[in-house]
Design a protein around this ligand. Sequence first.
Ligand SMILES: NC(=O)c1ccc[n+]([C@@H]2O[C@H](COP(=O)([O-])OP(=O)(O)OC[C@H]3O[C@@H](n4cnc5c(N)ncnc54)[C@H](O)[C@@H]3O)[C@@H](O)[C@H]2O)c1
Length: 349
Amino acid sequence: MEEFGGSPFDRLLTKIRRRAARVAVLGQGYIGLPISLLLARSGFEVVGYDVNERLVEGLNSGIAPYPGEPDLPELLRQGLRSGRYRPTADPDDISGADAFIIAVPTPRINGGEPNLAYLLSAVETVKRSIRGDAVVIVESTVPPGTTSGIVAKSLLRELPHRVFVAHCPERAMPGRLIRELTEASRIVGGIDEESALLAKELYSSFSRGEIITTDATTSEVVKLVENTYRDVNIALANEVARICSVLGVSAREVIELANLHPRVSLLKPGIGVGGSCLTKDPLFLANASAERGYPPELIFRARKLNEDMPKVAARQIISFLEETGGVEGALVAVLGTAYKGGVGDTRES
Ligand SMILES: NC(=O)c1ccc[n+]([C@@H]2O[C@H](COP(=O)([O-])OP(=O)(O)OC[C@H]3O[C@@H](n4cnc5c(N)ncnc54)[C@H](O)[C@@H]3O)[C@@H](O)[C@H]2O)c1
């Protein structure tokens, strides 16, 4: 088009800057839906594609899923009213988009290996939908090397157009998704510099946080390291609790007093780690390292320790019941089924 002349990079950059780029978001889950709505609010025409027809039907009727996300219902109303957000379960509707964002699940399977079937299927859909130069962004959390490996190779090998590929991990937490998606800093990793710059331009349309560009594999590792940091620190708190239990002192008091040290900041112990991310991301990182010859024992051990905590908590409850009238016929109330307060996400809880 005359209006968007220059190299493929220049053309896409101008289209993004002028909000003339058509964006397709694959996966309308916890991450894909708010990203779609934020882009639509910024002025882009956004097609939100999901294979779940019931979810799409609900979205088209203005029903916001994911209870516990306070800003989502209003954003959905705005998106539908403006006509700039269109949910669909028909892959033909994303044909010819300029930017594709993949936000599909990447769960773990036995042993912590990633199940990349959803991602690969989404990449196939993108491949069939590309009609010209385009930028493809993987938002899903993936093992190191996935974006520049299977994703980019698949897209670059078979397509005649210039395709830019980037990985942009999300740092948002359920319960405050919109706030964090718009305010947190971001890492944007490209398979080359131009890919990273195009992705950065797209996210700058709604993000007030700092956006730092790097290469795709670094950004994948950064995402996994962040959640590994949290998992290992929670494991340390749980380890302290178990030590205190056998030594007959109060873990709560020990942690409170230890945290008076200016350079100590222990977390609170708990009955386990839940949610879809912390339970798998450390394993994606550790397994990738182990496959390349360095099995990181600390990370594996921390994961195991956190995974054991529900059993430890159950054993404590059972011994309490045995001391106070017996397990038989005892009624146990569980307050809350999500992995933390105020969210409706019960995955891995
Ligand atoms: N939820 C979070 O807080 C969070 C935070 C950071 C990163 N992530 C990562 O983001 C990714 C998405 O997570 P989520 O929580 O949004 O998942 P989700 O399960 O809430 O949503 C994913 C959606 O993708 C759809 N889908 C599956 N295969 C598809 C396909 N081939 N084409 C189109 N749609 C498809 C599903 O129907 C589902 O609605 C994961 O890799 C996750 O690890 C999630």
